[in-house]
Design a protein around this ligand. Structure first.
Ligand code: ADP
Length: 631
């Protein structure tokens, strides 16, 4: 049975979607697998989307830090420039100083050298220089501001330093390096010292960069300054100093070794590797075993010092912000999706409920329609049956009328036969008596003739009597009811039935009070009823030698009762209800029409009374019960 046709019960059984698959057994796991795969793909897609979104957002947030980095960079660069500019003009002020020139002379004595030493120390102290010293053209340091200290430059040779060679060549020597003697880092300005136009030596001022570098330490960002070889000269992190940004080439190492720029520092490569770019600015990733940080790098060249200044902004805050943003977005999306799902689910449930309702409604309507059709059919059948019944009733009534008519005609015929029999006999007798009387008169036997004429008279009296009875019958049966005495009706009836009474050996007992029992009735029809009842009694007593008919009339309260009893076989048991039916007869064919009792019953009913059977031990008893009329 398919689910579409399964609509047993009041509510249709709905089997939809995977529930249907469930019945097939193997469907569910496969479906679940497919669902699981789809979910997995969806989750992967969502993850990729979230990651892409997060990465994009990170880029945006990181990019937003660029202006800040540029600002920091600008400040740092101008700070460095300012620092260098502070000392840039100082050699110009000192290069013609006779104390220094004198100390460079080959014949300079201890006093000259001491004067130069003191002067240089004074200048260094006053100007905040790291060191100040003068070198002879062969690179030997003649006098120095640190002449009295442990790592004094005096007597040291720095002819390998570019600031010396460049200055000796008449130019301006600039160099940043690690001091080979002091082990201290510095920026060097070199300037030729002249005596009457001739270069006699080189003045070197070494600037300490520690203060500047220290100012970077507390900052949230990292700051590095690299030289032309890409080696970190200044750094906010001490451990980054004298490290290379990228692996050094052999030539670079040779160049560095030649100038002993970083003394014996190993110049290892910083653990910073490029990790993409944001708006053209590289991202550098610090890959230490205990630390992994990404820096947005903003750089600017400082050509006068042959440096590049880099600001490294940690991207962690931007990442955190992006992550927060992504999570917030995810949450908003989640809430939105959950809302959407709830809405979709509600809609689906509503749709399902509506469809169930519609189905139930359709079913109900179907049932109502079917029931209505059934009822309509039943109604039509009933209507047809009613019509049929009416037609049958009409037919019955018609037949009944016909039969009543026939019964009347039959009764009339019977009565006519009886009458003709009753009249022919006296007529014959009258003719005989008249002929005899005539003969007697011819023979002059007047006495005999008179007797015969007397008999003729008595016979004509009888015939008149019969005629009188006929007149009674001739009255219209539908004539209006009139007040009649029961005694009169009985007398007339007995006259009508007399011809039968004479033939049967039956004892007739009449019990009537002397005062007339008055009722309202049609006398002829009443007579007919009595004749019927007595005739039936005679029929029942036909073969009985001791037949008795007992007719009793009496008053019972306001009613008048007329009972006709006989001692015949009585009404057969079980037929009491049927004997009043038209055409019901136990008599043989041609003997009875079975209409007598039914017509009698109706006549009495017309008079406002009742004809009923009385219970008896023997024979049959019929009672006519009529409302009495007070005399
Ligand atoms: P019918 O006399 O033509 O048969 P009725 O209507 O007069 O028709 O009587 C119907 C039937 O009632 C009779 O056939 C008879 O069986 C029964 N019946 C009537 N009167 C008596 C009676 N006095 N005794 C026994 N049976 C009777």
């Amino acid at each position: 049975m398919s689910e579409a046709t399964d609509t047993r019960g009041a509510v249709p059984v709905l089997r939809r979607g995977w529930l249907r698959l469930d019945r097939r057994g193997a469907g569910l796991p496969r479906l679940l697998r497919r669902r699981g795969l789809a979910l997995l793909l969806l989750a992967a897609a969502a993850l990729v989307l979230v990651m892409a979104g997060n990465s994009w957002l990170t880029g945006r947030y990181v990019a937003a830090t660029i202006p800040q980095g540029e600002n920091i960079l600008r400040l740092a660069v101008s700070g460095l420039r300012g620092e260098l500019a502070r000392y840039e003009r100082l050699p110009d002020l000192m290069d013609r100083n006779p104390v220094l020139v004198r100390a460079l002379k080959p014949d300079a004595d201890t006093v000259d050298l001491a004067a130069a030493n003191l002067y240089l120390r004074h200048v260094a102290q006053r100007m905040g220089l790291s060191d100040a010293y003068i070198m002879a053209p062969d690179g030997t340091t003649r006098a120095a501001s640190n002449f009295d200290q442990r790592f004094s430059f005096v007597g040291e040779r720095f002819d390998y330093r570019p600031y010396f060679t460049e200055a000796l060549a008449g130019g301006q020597g600039r160099f940043s390096a690690l001091g080979t003697t002091s082990g201290k880092r510095g920026y060097y300005f070199g300037r030729a010292l002249r005596d009457r136009g001739r270069i006699v030596g080189v003045l070197v001022l070494k600037i300490d960069m520690d203060a500047i570098e220290d100012s970077w330490r507390a900052a949230e960002y990292e700051m590095i300054v690299t030289d032309s070889e890409g080696i970190v000269f200044l750094a906010s992190r001490r451990d980054w100093q004298f490290h290379a940004l990228a692996p050094l080439t052999a030539e670079a190492r040779t160049r560095i070794a030649a100038t002993r720029r970083y003394d014996d520092e190993p110049l290892e490569v910083l653990p910073l590797s490029p990790a993409g770019r944001v708006e053209g600015h590289p991202i550098l990733r610090l890959g230490l075993p205990d630390q992994r940080r990404d820096f947005l790098t903003v750089s600017e060249a400082l050509p006068e010092a042959d440096w590049t200044v880099h600001v490294l902004l940690d991207t962690a805050p931007a990442r955190r912000q992006a992550l927060t943003g992504t999570l917030a977005g995810l949450m908003i999306f989640g809430v939105g999706a959950a809302g959407l799902m709830a809405w979709a689910q509600r809609r689906a449930r509503l749709r399902e409920r509506l469809s169930i309702q519609a189905e139930a409604q359709a079913q109900l309507e179907g049932r109502v329609a079917a029931r209505t059709a059934e009822l309509a059919e039943l109604n039509a059948r009933l209507g047809a049956e009613v019509d049929e019944r009416r037609a049958t009733e009409a037919e019955l009534r018609r037949t009944q009328r016909h039969l009543v008519q026939s019964a009347k005609l039959a009764a009339l015929g019977q009565m006519s036969a009886a009458l003709s029999h009753e009249l022919n006999q006296p007529l014959g007798a009258v003719r005989n008596f008249a002929a005899n009387a005539l003969t007697y008169l011819e023979r002059n036997r007047a006495e005999d003739a008179r007797q015969n004429i007397t008999r003729i008279l008595s016979l004509t009296d009888r015939m008149t009597e019969i005629g009188r009875t006929l007149r009674t019958f001739a009255r219209k049966p539908n004539a209006q009811l009139s007040e009649v005495a029961l005694q009169d009706v009985l007398r007339d009836a007995m006259e009508v039935i007399a011809f039968r009474l004479d033939r049967v050996p039956v004892t007739l007992r009449l019990d009537l009070p002397s005062d007339p029992l008055r009722v309202r009735a049609g006398p002829v029809r009443f007579q007919q009823v009595v004749v019927n009842l007595v005739s039936n009694a005679l029929d029942a007593l036909e073969d009985r030698p001791d037949g008795t008919i007992h007719i009793e009339g009496r008053r019972d309260g306001g009613r008048v009762l007329l009972t006709v009893r006989d001692n015949g076989p009585g009404i057969p048991q079980g037929l009491e209800d049927r004997i009043f039916d038209p055409f019901f007869s136990t008599k043989g064919v041609g003997s009875g029409l079975g209409l007598g009792l039914s017509i009698s019953f109706n006549i009495i009913k017309d008079f406002g009374g009742e004809l009923r059977i009385l219970p008896t031990e023997r024979g049959a008893a019929f009672c006519i019960d009529l409302p009495g009329v007070e005399s």
